[in-house]
Structure formats: C-alpha cells, structure tokens
Design a protein around this ligand. Sequence first.
Ligand code: UD1
Ligand code: CA
Length: 456
Amino acid sequence: MKLATIILAAGEGTRMKSDLPKVLHPLAGQPMLTHVINTCQELEPERIIVVVGHKREEVIAAIGGITTAHQSEQKGTGHAVLTTEDLMQGFDGPVLVLAGDVPLIQAETLRSLLEVFVSDKPAASLVTADVENPHGYGRILRDRAGAVTRIIEEKEADAEERAIKEINAGIYCFNSRQLFNSLEMIGNDNSKSEYYLTDVVSVLKSQGETVLACPTDAKEILGVNSRAELARAESIVQQGLKNSFMAGGVTFVMPETTYIEMDVEIENDVEILPNCFLQGKTKIAKGAQIGPNTRINDSVIGGGSQVQYAVLNGVTVDAKVNVGPFCSIRPGSHLMEGSKVGTFVELKASKVGPKSKVPHLTYLGDTDVGENVNIGAGTITCNYDGTEKHKTVIEDEAFIGSDTMLISPVTIGRGAVTGAGSSISKDVPPDSLSVERAEQKIVHEWAKKRRAQKPK
Ligand code: UD1
Ligand code: CA
C-alpha cells in the first residue's frame, strides 16, 4: 500500500549494559528489531527503512536484506529520521515511524493509527497509553479541549508534567513531506543536546496543525531500555504465544513454566508438561507428550511420541517414539517409528531404525541402526580415533550384548549377536555370534582357602 515505514535502531542502549546492540536482544528467540520489522511487513508498505548506527554491521547482518540508513553519530531520534531523507526521495504519502526497542506493537494498532491519519487528516497521529508508572517515557501534554499540544521528555519535564500518566509510545504516522520540513525546524537545546523527534509535535502545532493521539493497551507499547524491561516484554510475548497455542488445542500443564520461541509449531492435542524449552524451528505433531523438563531445539517430533527429561537438538523423531528420561540427542539423529531411546543415552548423528531399542547407558555416534535391533546397556561406539570419525552400521534384527565396545568403522550383520563385554573391531557376518573376551576361569575352593589363611 501507499505507505513507508521508518524504524529507529541506531542507538546503543546504554542501560542494557551489553556488548550486543539493544535492538538485537532477543524475545522468544528473535531480535526485538525483527519483531518490529515483521509487524511492519504485515501492513505491506512500499518501503521499510531501518536506521542503523551503533554496531551497524551486526544489526545489518541480523536483519538481512532490509534497506538501512546510516546514522553515524547518534544525535537523537529526530536526527535519526532525517538520515532517511535520501532513501525517502520520490515518496509522498503517510509514513509510520517506529522504534526498534518497542517490540510488542501489534499490526492492528498500526492499522488504526494509519486509519485515523487517513480519515481525520491530522498532520500527525501517535500511539499513546495510560500507564501506572510513566517513568522514562515522554509525557503527552493536552490543552483544555483535550487536543495534543506537545510531548515533553521526562528529562525536560517539571514535577507537574512528570505526574502525567499518558505516555508517548514512540510510534507515529506523519505525511512524509511535512515530517521532513518540520524536522528542519527542531533544535537540540535540551538536557541531552539531542534532536528529539517528539519536538515535531510542537512544530506542527505552531503551524496550526492538529495532532491526534491513538490510545492503546499499555502492554503493547512497553519500551525496552533495561534488562528488567526485556524480561517483562518476554513474559508478555510468552503469555501471548501460549494463549494462541492453547486456543489451537494444545494443553500446557503449568504454562508459566514453559518457554517457547516464535517459529515453533505445535499441533492440537499435544500435551506440554512443566519446565519445557521449545526453540528454533521445532515442530510437534498431534498427540505428542513433551516434558517434564525437556529442551527441544530445531527438531521435529512425530505424532504420539513421548519425550521426557531430555535434550534434543537438530533431531527428527518419527511417530510413536519413546525418548528419555535423561538423554541427550544431538544434531543429525533420526529416531524412526516405534523406536525407543531411554535412560542415560547420548546419540550423535545416528539413526535408530523402526522398533529398535537403545534403552540404557549408551553412546552411539555416526551410527546407523536398522530395524528391530536391541542395543544392550553400556554399549559404546568408539567412533573417534583421535583424528577422524568413523561409521558404525548395525543391521536389522541384530542384538548387541551389554557393554559392547563397537570400534568403528565396523558393521554388525543382519541378525548377528555380540557377546556382553566384547570389544568388536572386525565386521560380524549376518546371523553369527561374535565374542571377544578372556575365557572365564573357575578355581574351586580358592576363596575358602584364603579365608583360612587369614590370621584371626
Ligand atoms: C523515546 C521518546 C519518548 C518515548 C519513548 C518510547 C524521543 C526523544 N523520546 O524515548 O518520548 O516515550 O521513546 O519508548 O524520541 N535512536 C536512534 N538514533 C538516535 C537515538 C535513538 O536510532 O540518535 C533509536 C534507538 O535505537 C531506539 C529508539 O530510537 O530504538 C528510541 O530511542 P531511545 O533512546 O530508547 O529513546 P527513549 O529515551 O526511550
Ligand atoms: Ca527507548
């Protein structure tokens, strides 16, 4: 549509006390700035320009592909908007200005802001909210008739003005031409010696223009300037995500204990037990039960599978698989339908075939396990020789005895058996038994004699 959006993201965010630029601090696994960009994109504007400055290479890398204007010195929000003037050439129409550190703003609110701007034709419309604690925000000044006259920054406000609870969200709609004209007229004669975008309001008023406020929910316009505010914003995002999953038929037992990232997908009739972390591009299919105490990143969990007390990263789990308790499944692993990976098991880049079982105390690395295989307790693949990693293949129906060391590269043939306690370094042919251990000796009466020799 005929719309441009400018997102301010050049500031350092001193109060975060961080090496990471403030706008890159994540909420639900995505930088704050990405949340704002995504919300803008819902409006399908002609142009989106992000103003970058502090550690701009890092910011540009994080938002890939979005047009950026460079504010080399952070001289204030008004100055930041001015840096987009060249990129805005040839555009004449409504422009939304947003802040990269007000990440919870909803597309619906931006649409209302725009609607007011288009239908009532003010020179500017701006998002405001009434908040309990207005500390840190610019306050909205109105005249007796209730019209907005000015925004006063907290640092410039007197006691009476500070008591005002209606705050400026830092989100505005202007006409592009009028915006740049007014910006030429603002000064930096204030306590921070900055060019405040908020001063555009008084400039417009002095020209006899109107400025309209669009009040919205205080939760949406939370500005993140500190770690405490970041935590507050995260809990609002988390609540929203879980509410929408619950509306879609997902059960959460104690939802407040589960952390979910933006890109996670969960089908209906999934049950999430307490203390789970669902991250990255994780997908969970219908009827699965996850948790308690489970962390899943970038993984797919098939329908009806159960995962408890486990850490999964980059894993594909098919339907009806049983995982945990207490296992770590690392990237490139694939657990096929009806398989089981049990207690104190670590897998790396390994496939466990249909109905195969790895129930206890096992490490499988770079291993391909076929169908219906049983891996005995304490089995370990010795897949790393200190320089290189090698593959282990365990074919269908094989039975690996407890405490087998599989020294790779090695293949256990279909239906073969390894004896408990064996170190297997040579391939085992199908249907055979391979045992590698010293013969068990028995010395009759030995223990009894030793006891008799002991002095009383
Ligand atoms: C700003 C508003 C304040 C409002 C609040 C809402 C001004 C002067 N004040 O205050 O009225 O209540 O947001 O959250 O606008 N930035 C730049 N270049 C700069 C300075 C800032 O790009 O030179 C960016 C920052 O990266 C940030 C945004 O602009 O994303 C807001 O800047 P910040 O310093 O956080 O402003 P506030 O003090 O919060
Ligand atoms: Ca801010």
